[in-house]
Design a protein around this ligand. Structure first.
Ligand SMILES: NC(=O)c1ccc[n+]([C@@H]2O[C@H](COP(=O)([O-])OP(=O)(O)OC[C@H]3O[C@@H](n4cnc5c(N)ncnc54)[C@H](O)[C@@H]3O)[C@@H](O)[C@H]2O)c1
Length: 338
């Protein structure tokens, strides 16, 4: 009998359940993917951006990848960003991840992808902060700009990893969203030491750890001199900082050629000569000890977001959830059994 592998559908609630217990393993997986990426051992083609019109803020991005280790996995994340969803009470991002069988190419899994994407982004920020940190997992002042889903997931990942800060200041263009963020993270008796700032400048003043997770499309921060001299800036939203703000800092990304696309702050700074391309390092290079940050200087970490993280993590979620309640198996999805 000729048959193809079954297709397993993993909905969001099940993905969430599995990710809740996967912090340590997933963080290690993100580090391993970054090392494999630096050593050019995985296949991570450029992502493809679909916009309904050239200047539209709405977009859907396709991120295919092949990851050989620890378990060979291949597939694609297809993720939509519709910023106006927030005003309708819906998340900005929604996604699916398709995994393909590495032996036959047949699709074997369809996973809800926004949670996996958010989790891997949070872990990417964490891995960057740890690689750029002194090992103490401590900050004097943690500033967060943009208090949406990514900021929420990232701050939770930092707390889970044992990070502590004396003071936390958050700012969002929507004061209500900033307040909700602080309230949410402070539930169940937790004290995440976060307060709402009334301006971005107030949040950033004196900060030695900064998370930028806004949806800005053009740079709006022209100077980082208000930060502590040795601050680490996790520039997850990629487009908040002007070339002048980036001047004189150490620069770390996930993949240099990926990070210099799509009018990111770093792409603009390389184009106008403010940041020499040769001075940008991959986080995998730091992880293998091939590069170090300059003591006393600011460091800006701006990972573009590699599809290989989604595919590796998607595979982990599939392996842990395929036999749990809520997973749906379609035995002959391709309709060729017989
Ligand atoms: N680098 C990566 O790997 C990666 C992966 C996923 C998402 N992202 C990026 O992370 C960012 C946040 O995503 P999200 O899902 O949390 O979005 P979201 O829409 O849930 O939240 C974004 C928040 O930023 C606020 N904001 C917008 N402009 C601001 C500004 N100038 N100052 C302060 N606040 C501002 C909005 O009011 C909103 O509350 C997006 O830019 C997204 O593209 C990056």
């Amino acid at each position: 009998m000729t048959t193809a592998p079954p297709l397993v559908v993993i909905p969001g609630r099940l993905v969430e359940e599995v990710l809740r217990d996967a912090h340590a393993e997933a963080r290690q997986m993100v580090e391993d993917v970054y090392v494999q990426s630096f050593q050019e051992r995985l296949v991570n083609p450029e992502s493809l951006f679909l916009r309904p019109a050239p200047e539209a803020r709405e977009r859907v991005i396709a991120l295919p990848a092949y990851v050989p280790e620890p378990t060979p996995a291949m597939g694609i994340k297809w993720i939509a960003s519709f910023p106006e969803n927030l005003s309708a009470g819906l998340p900005r991002a929604s996604a699916t991840i398709v995994l393909n069988d590495v032996a036959t190419g047949f699709p074997v899994a369809l996973l809800e992808g926004a949670r996996i994407s958010g989790f891997r982004t949070a872990l990417s920020a964490l891995v960057g902060a740890n690689a750029l940190g002194d090992g103490s997992r401590r900050a004097v002042k943690f500033a967060v700009l943009g208090t949406g889903y990514i900021a929420d997931t990232t701050v939770r990942a930092f707390l889970e990893d044992g990070w502590q800060w004396d003071e936390g200041a958050v700012f969002d263009l929507s004061p209500d969203r900033a307040q909700d963020f602080v309230d949410r993270l402070g539930t169940n008796g937790a004290d995440p030491r976060l307060g709402v700032a009334t301006t971005a400048e107030e949040a950033l003043a004196g900060a030695d750890l900064v998370l930028l997770a806004t949806t800005a499309v053009t740079p709006h921060i022209g100077d980082l001199s208000m930060l502590a001299p040795h601050a680490t800036v996790l520039h997850m939203s990629l487009r908040d900082l002007t070339p002048a703000a980036l001047a004189g800092a150490d620069h770390v990304v996930d993949d240099v050629s990926h990070a210099l696309r799509e009018r990111t702050s770093l792409a603009l700074a390389v184009e106008d000569g403010t940041v020499p391309r040769a001075e940008i390092h991959a986080v995998g290079e730091l992880l293998v000890g091939g590069a170090r940050r300059t003591p006393g200087r600011k460091a800006v970490y701006a990972p573009f977001g590699l599809g290989s993280l989604d595919i590796a993590l998607g595979r982990l979620v599939l392996d842990r959830s395929r036999h749990l309640d809520g997973a749906l198996t379609v035995e002959d999805f391709s309709g060729i059994a017989g």
